[in-house]
Design a protein around this ligand. Structure first.
Ligand SMILES: C[S@@+](CC[C@H](N)C(=O)[O-])C[C@H]1O[C@@H](n2cnc3c(N)ncnc32)[C@H](O)[C@@H]1O
Length: 221
């Protein structure tokens, strides 16, 4: 008798490849980049050529969809590794015709390494990246040196990266990782409110619970 384990994914790991759909780039997880679509492939999906802003770890896209509508002078890319959440962002941009928004369903560091040319981003954001609070899981945090080094490569000179978290220890790690960057918020290097920030799903969640939110902005000086 056949069991559920007999039903196999109908393609081999090495056959997986990135796909560009309408306003969406899909990157398979743990993808090594041997079937590359080309740096800046996302450019052709935007109606206008204009400065680029990227949000990494977009979740369901509440923050970026609103911000893209209120900042139409920028092109926005939402990067989210979870397929179902990325699909929500995509649905919203289709339903609301947000022409300056593009979705990447893929891992943040891999997307950047494979698809972002040098010095192409005006403004980068990471809103509530998973904090992985247990020490044993901290190695999974996105905000570590490889990601910061990669941001240095893709950010334009004098552009900014804004990192937002409710997790105090992760906030400390963010400050340590970006310690060599010039900060706008010396000497504390963070503030607990940022005017005009908007709201994300996790921002609403933690604000309702009266948690302290840490905002950090670093300049690529
Ligand atoms: C805590 S949620 C925050 C979502 C959203 N930014 C918000 O504020 O509501 C973190 C999101 O980051 C995504 N994520 C975590 N690590 C990622 C990575 N390395 N690359 C892309 N997305 C990632 C998760 O799938 C999850 O949807």
């Amino acid at each position: 008798m056949e069991t559920v384990k007999d039903l196999k994914i109908p393609f081999e790991r090495e056959d997986r490849c990135p796909i560009l759909l309408e306003k969406c780039l899909y990157l398979p997880s743990h993808y090594q980049g041997d079937k590359h679509l080309g740096h800046g492939i996302w450019k052709e999906a935007f109606v206008k050529e204009q400065p680029l802003a990227v949000e990494f770890c977009s979740g369901n896209g509440q923050w970026i969809a609103n911000v893209a509508k209120s900042a139409p002078h920028l092109n926005w890319i939402a990067v989210e590794k979870d397929f179902y959440r990325a699909r929500k962002v995509w649905l919203r941009l289709q339903r609301e015709s947000i022409s300056n928004l593009f979705v990447v369903c893929g891992e943040a560091l891999s997307f950047s390494q494979l698809y972002l040319p040098d010095h192409c981003i005006e403004d980068a954001w990471v809103n509530f990246p998973d904090p992985w609070p247990k020490r044993i899981h901290a190695k999974h945090r996105l905000i570590q040196s490889p990601f910061a080094d990669e941001l240095r490569r893709v950010l334009k000179p004098s552009s900014t990266i804004t990192l937002v978290t409710d997790d105090e220890r992760y906030s400390g790690q963010m400050i340590d990782v970006f310690a060599s960057w010039k900060s706008s918020f010396d000497p504390f290097r963070f503030v607990t409110e940022l005017e005009g920030y908007g709201t994300s799903y996790f921002h609403s969640l933690w604000s309702e619970k009266k948690c302290t939110i840490h905002f950090h902005r670093f300049y690529n000086a």
